[in-house]
Design a protein around this ligand. Structure first.
Ligand code: UD1
Length: 430
C-alpha cells in the first residue's frame, strides 16, 4: 500500500502554481456531450477524478486526444449510448452530471447512482425534481436512475436548498430545452460561473450565473469551442493554509484572488499576512496564529471544502475557536486523526470546539476523504516528527502532483510503497 511520509516542522517557502479547478472540470467534461462537436479544453488538472470522467466519455463513444499535459480535445460526435453503469459511477460523485448532459442531448439518460458518501447523507432529490420540472419522467430501478422525456421544456425551478450539483445538472439539461428555464436559489460557486461560460462558448444562452437566479434560454444546437478551466479555489486555499500553519512564506500563482476572499479574510483574522496580486497571493506567517470562528456556507461564504484544512490551523492557534459546519451533516470525522496528533478538539453535532495547542506531533493517520486528506498533509507539515498518511487515493482525486508541489516548497514528503499491506479501495465523493 502506498502511503505518504512527511517529516514535519519545516516552514513551507517558495512558489506554487495552482491547477485547473476539479469541481469545474467535472462539470465541463460531461457538458462537452451537448456540443456534438469537437471541444478543446485547457488547464485540465491531472487528477484521478478527471481520469474517471475521461473513461466514462470514452465508453460512451467520445474520441479523446491529449494535446499536452493539461489540454484535451474531446470529440463527442460519435457518442452512441446514454447509459453509464455502476462500474463507472461508483468512484466519483460527479458522475451524476452525465444524467443532465445525456438528458440534454438525447432526452434520455440511464446513469447508476453516484459513489458512496463521506460526510453524511447526500441526497439528489433536487436534481431529479429539476429534471421532472423540465418534463422528464424519472424512475429508479436497481440503483439505476432512468430519466426520459418526449421533449424537454423550459420551466421555473426553485431550489429548496442551495445545491451546486442540482444547479449544474439542471443547467446541463436545460441548455437545449425549448423555451426559458429560470433557476431560483441557484448555487453561486465559481465553478457554476465557469460552466455557464463554457456553455455560452458553445453557443448556449445562460445568464445570471454567479447570482442566485440563472436564466437559460434553450437553443437548438451547440457547437465546439476552445475553453480554459478556472484555477482551483480549494487547491489554492489548501496551499494558503499550509503556508500559514507551517509559519512559511508562499507565493501561490495562477489564482483568481476574488475567489479566495472568504479564505483570505479568515487567514487575516488569524493574524496571517495575505498580499494579493493580479493572479497570485502571497501568504506569510511568522507567529502563532490567533483564534477565529468559522461557519461554512454556500459561496460567497466560507467553503465547506476548506473547513478541515482551516481547522488544522485553528488547532495550533492561541485560544479557542468555534467551527460550525452548515453544509454537510457529518464532516468532522477527520478530527479523531487530529486528536491522535495532539489536537484538543471536541465535536458537538455540527460544531467543533477547537482549543489551540502549541504544537502537533506526527502520527500514523488516514485520509478519510479528499479534504480530510488535505488537512492531514497540512497537519503533517506543521507537526513535530513524522506523520504517515494512508488512503492516498482520496487525495489523488483532487490534488495534482501534490508531492512534487510540496517538495518544491521545501516540504519533506515522500510517497512510499509499503508492500506488505493490502490495497484499500477508495469509494469517495467530493
Ligand atoms: C459540491 C462539491 C463538494 C462541496 C459541495 C458544497 C462538486 C463535484 N462537489 O458537492 O466538493 O462540498 O458542493 O460546496 O462540485 N442537497 C439536497 N438535495 C439535493 C442535493 C443537495 O438536500 O438534491 C443538500 C446536501 O445534502 C447538502 C447541500 O444540499 O447539505 C449542498 O450540497 P451540494 O451543493 O449539492 O453538494 P454537491 O454538489 O454534492
Amino acid at each position: 500500500m502506498e502511503k505518504i511520509v512527511i517529516n514535519g516542522s519545516n516552514p513551507l517557502k517558495g512558489e506554487v502554481e495552482i491547477s485547473g479547478a476539479k469541481n469545474a472540470v467535472v462539470a465541463i467534461l460531461p457538458a462537452t456531450i451537448l456540443a456534438q462537436d469537437v471541444c478543446r479544453i485547457e488547464n485540465i488538472p491531472d487528477i484521478s477524478d478527471v481520469t474517471m470522467m475521461i473513461k466514462i466519455l470514452s465508453q460512451l463513444g467520445a474520441q479523446i486526444k491529449m494535446i499536452n499535459r493539461s489540454t484535451l480535445e474531446i470529440d463527442t460526435r460519435g457518442i452512441n449510448s446514454f447509459i453509464v453503469p455502476h462500474e463507472l459511477t461508483k468512484h466519483l460523485r460527479a458522475s451524476y452530471y452525465f444524467l443532465g448532459a445525456l438528458l440534454g442531448r438525447y432526452s434520455r439518460a440511464k446513469v447508476s447512482m453516484p459513489g458512496g458518501c463521506c460526510f453524511g447523507v447526500r441526497p439528489i432529490d433536487l436534481h431529479l425534481r429539476g429534471f421532472e420540472l423540465l418534463g422528464s419522467k424519472i424512475s429508479i430501478d436497481n440503483a439505476m436512475i432512468n430519466a426520459s422525456a418526449d421533449k424537454l421544456v423550459g420551466s421555473a425551478i426553485y431550489m429548496d436548498n442551495v445545491s451546486v450539483g442540482a444547479t449544474v445538472n439542471v443547467m446541463l439539461a436545460a441548455v437545449k430545452a425549448k423555451g426559458l428555464t429560470v433557476i431560483e436559489n441557484a448555487a453561486r460557486e465559481p465553478h457554476i460561473v465557469d460552466l455557464a461560460n463554457f456553455l455560452n462558448s458553445m453557443g448556449a444562452d445562460v445568464r445570471g450565473a454567479g447570482t442566485d437566479v440563472i436564466k437559460i434560454r434553450g437553443v437548438d444546437k451547440l457547437h465546439g469551442c476552445t475553453y480554459s478551466i478556472i484555477p482551483d479555489q480549494i487547491e489554492a486555499g489548501t496551499y494558503m493554509v499550509a503556508a500559514a500553519a507551517t509559519k512559511g512564506d508562499v507565493l501561490i500563482k495562477n489564482v483568481i484572488p476574488k475567489h479566495l476572499e472568504s479564505i483570505t479574510k479568515k487567514l487575516i483574522d488569524c493574524g496571517v499576512e495575505v498580499e494579493e496580486f493580479d493572479e497570485a497571493v502571497r501568504v506569510r506567517c511568522d507567529k502563532r496564529p490567533e483564534k477565529c470562528n468559522i461557519k461554512t456556507m454556500p459561496h460567497p461564504g466560507f467553503p465547506t471544502d476548506m473547513q478541515p484544512q482551516m481547522t488544522v490551523l485553528l488547532a495550533l492557534a492561541d485560544g479557542t475557536s468555534i467551527v460550525s459546519e452548515s453544509v454537510w451533516d457529518n464532516r468532522f470525522k477527520y478530527i479523531d486523526q487530529l486528536i491522535r496528533m495532539g489536537a484538543n478538539i471536541s465535536v458537538e453535532g455540527k460544531v467543533a470546539i477547537v482549543q489551540g495547542v502549541e504544537a502537533l506531533k506526527g502520527a500514523p493517520v488516514g485520509a478519510d476523504d479528499l479534504r480530510a486528506g488535505a488537512a492531514m498533509l497540512i497537519a503533517g507539515f506543521a507537526a513535530q516528527g513524522q506523520t504517515v498518511i494512508e488512503n492516498l487515493s482520496h487525495i489523488d482525486r483532487g490534488y495534482e502532483r501534490f508531492v512534487e508541489k510540496f517538495t518544491a516548497l521545501g516540504g519533506d514528503i515522500q510517497r512510499v510503497n509499503f508492500p506488505d499491506e493490502g490495497e484499500s479501495e477508495a469509494e469517495s465523493a467530493g
